[in-house]
Design a protein around this ligand. Structure first.
Ligand code: BES
Ligand code: ZN
Length: 639
């Protein structure tokens, strides 16, 4: 299917040369082509007892059309909207019926249109509800020290609308002020400002402090973030804090101390555009955090599973830091072009690995990524819409399209340009791209135009780009062309896997596994080795699985990347000894990357245990994870 680029339309108004874009994001109900949010003030009390945020937002909008638009439509989802004011005065408003999966449009009716370029302020009083999909509320019993409650948000992709009414699209960027009241420390996606005013609690209720933050760099709604709980802080670099529970603080500090600045130096050498967010801090969340990391500005949110004690999983931080440019500074204008966020970020993350540890490490990461790509493509089917680089999300939920595909196909798109143009030339484009689109959102067609434009005067490069099949790149489902990878890091993993294959498939017992087989390996080499074995795991007897786990310490490893791969081999081999450890892991981590595939595999071999495990841990999981696993286990009907 060929999809036309987002058309520019001419608005019939006094100046015929002024054009605006049609909204290119199909996943918002807002009319952001008429009004544009420029500033957001979010003022909330964090109520741990009721498990709601209570307060309001004040949104400043700039009119984009010359007074034709008399309605302003905002996204909301499961919000309790109490009152709306326009420039401080009462105004007519209506919360419409829910339109799945996008929520209920909040329509504000203006008496008169707003001249182009002029601003209005809309203040909405609002509370979140127990159906909120962005927030997880934890009781003290659900936290590690069991002393205090905890809450955190996860707004990407379209969950900000269940925290506050907004134009919930990455095509709109707003500056933010946060005024958050809580009895416990608060973090938000801005720089902390000012002093905290204390307000005494009523009766036996705890008092609160006001925590204020500001974000002067315009950000899309999905980067709104808040967390509150028993959170302590320590320094891990000249512009970096680590925040986490007091009991976990030292361990986390040890893992990340001194790691940030080398990442910064590496990425600066590639993108050249300076870091815009002043501080780069990291919040390590409770284990139910549904992702590996989330690039919330100023504070990256990360799963505690990256703290493995051996610094072997901190590439997640290199990834989230890279988002400070790709995603946060330069943003995909809709989730259909999500590869511009994740593909670029994966590309930059691997460039950091190359810069710090050598090219073979960049390729090593790409090899691991290729396997993830294979798994995702297999999971959807090779012709599926979501296996394309640019996808059609009209009427769809972006969470359903989430997989390794935008990461890996996106990486391969950019790596292919690196190979096509030559690294030196390509590297001159990278800073130009980030400089051109900083503070803006773009789509794949803008990217294409920018690249072609940049090399227009270079005859050789221009010819190559002219002959390049862009439609194939954007719209072909399934696999991209597989480049040749440097296999320095994986050779020994493949060799050992072959020995195991000979042993289990061909029943050659001559190979006797011993712990020293993996001497000197980094954890990800075990990942590659185990992924090789996954392909032949049906030939494994339960005894083989046991031998594998015990010989190399995989049954007891603290490294979840390794453990989950080992359990995958076990589940595929139908080794019953791995069922319970899988259920146990599913009760102690809520990161979807592990939870979803492990549930799918466990369900195949022991549906009863899978369902029981899900029911047991239902409240432990974040609402997004719960919803996705529900879809995986029960299909769409039980949502
Ligand atoms: N932005 C993503 C996480 C995300 C994507 C949340 C889409 C919600 C919707 C984040 O940067 C990410 O990619 N995290 C990865 C880290 C990995 C690739 C190093 C993850 O969670 O595994
Ligand atoms: Zn990412």
């Amino acid at each position: 299917m060929h999809k036309a680029p987002a058309a520019k339309i001419t608005v019939p108004m006094t100046d015929p040369n002024v054009t605006i874009r049609t909204p290119r994001d199909p996943n918002t109900l807002s009319n952001y082509h008429n009004f544009l949010t420029t500033h957001t003030v979010a003022e909330f009390e964090i109520d741990f007892e009721k498990k709601v945020l209570n307060g309001g937002v004040e949104l400043t909008f700039e009119s984009l059309t010359d007074a034709e638009a008399k309605e302003l439509v905002l996204d909301t989802s499961f919000l309790d909207v109490k009152d709306v004011k326009l420039d401080g005065k009462d105004v007519e408003w209506n919360l419409g019926e829910r339109i799945e999966p996008y929520g209920a449009p909040l329509t504000v009716t203006l008496d008169k249109g707003v001249p182009k370029g002029e601003s209005i302020k809309i203040a909405v009083k609002v509370s979140t509800t127990d159906k909120c999909t962005a927030l997880q509320w934890m009781t003290p019993a659900q936290t590690s020290n069991k002393k205090h409650p905890y809450m955190f948000s996860q707004c990407q992709a379209i969950h900000a609308r269940s925290v506050f009414p907004c134009q919930d699209t990455p095509d709109v960027k707003s500056t933010f002020e946060f005024k958050l009241r809580s009895p416990l420390p608060v973090l938000a996606s801005g720089l902390p400002t000012g002093s905290h005013q204390y307000e005494a609690g009523k009766d036996d209720k705890a008092g609160t402090l006001l925590y204020t933050f500001e974000q002067r760099v315009p950000i899309p709604s999905y980067l709104f973030a808040v967390a509150s709980g028993d959170i302590a802080a320590a320094s891990i670099g000249p512009r970096s804090l680590i925040n986490t529970g007091p009991e976990e603080l030292l361990e986390c500090q040890r893992e990340l101390e001194g790691e940030m600045e080398p990442f910064m130096k590496a990425i600066h050498s590639i993108v050249k555009v300076p870091y815009q967010w002043t501080q780069y801090n990291c919040l390590i969340l409770p284990p139910s955090f549904p992702y590996g990391g989330m690039e919330n500005p100023v504070w990256t949110y990360a799963t505690p599973s990256i703290i493995s004690g051996d610094k072997q999983n901190i590439d997640v931080i290199a990834h989230e830091l890279s988002h400070s440019w790709s995603g946060n500074l330069v943003s995909a204008g809709s989730w259909e072009h999500f590869w511009l966020n994740e593909g670029w970020t994966t590309y930059l993350e691997r460039r950091i690995a190359g810069y710090l540890h050598g090219e073979e490490h960049r390729h090593f990461s790409a090899i691991i990524g290729w396997k993830a790509l294979e798994d995702s493509i297999k999971n959807y089917g090779e012709d599926h819409e979501y296996t394309k680089l640019v996808i059609d999300l009209k009427g769809k939920d972006p969470d359903d399209a989430f997989s390794s595909i935008p990461y890996e196909k996106g990486f391969h798109a950019l790596y292919a340009f690196e190979l096509l143009l030559g690294k030196d030339k390509w590297d001159t484009f990278i800073p130009h791209y980030f400089d051109t689109f900083k503070f803006k959102s773009l789509d794949s067609y803008d990217f294409k135009a920018c690249l072609i434009d940049f090399f227009a005067k270079d005859a050789e490069a221009a010819k190559k780009l002219d002959e390049f099949d862009w439609d194939k790149l954007f719209y072909t489902p399934g696999f991209p062309k597989k480049p040749e990878f440097d296999d320095t890091m994986v050779k020994t993993c493949y060799e050992l896997a072959s020995k195991w294959e000979a042993r289990v498939s061909k029943k050659e017992a001559s190979f006797a596994p011993k712990a020293s087989d993996i001497n000197g390996w980094v954890a990800n080499q075990s990942v590659v080795f185990l992924e090789r074995l996954q392909a032949i795991s049906e030939s494994f007897t339960p005894k083989d699985v046991q031998l594998l786990g015990e010989t190399y310490g995989y049954t007891t490893t603290k490294n979840i990347e390794v453990l989950s791969r080992f359990l995958t081999v076990g589940l595929r081999a139908k080794a019953e000894e791995t069922y319970q450890p899988t259920a146990e892991l599913l009760g102690r981590i809520g990161r979807m990357k592990f939870v979803r595939p492990l549930f799918r595999l466990l369900e195949k071999v022991d549906r009863d245990l899978a369902l029981k495990t899900f029911e047991k841990n239902r409240d432990f999981y974040h609402p997004i994870c719960r919803q996705m696993v529900e879809k995986d286990l029960f299909g769409e009907e039980k949502k």
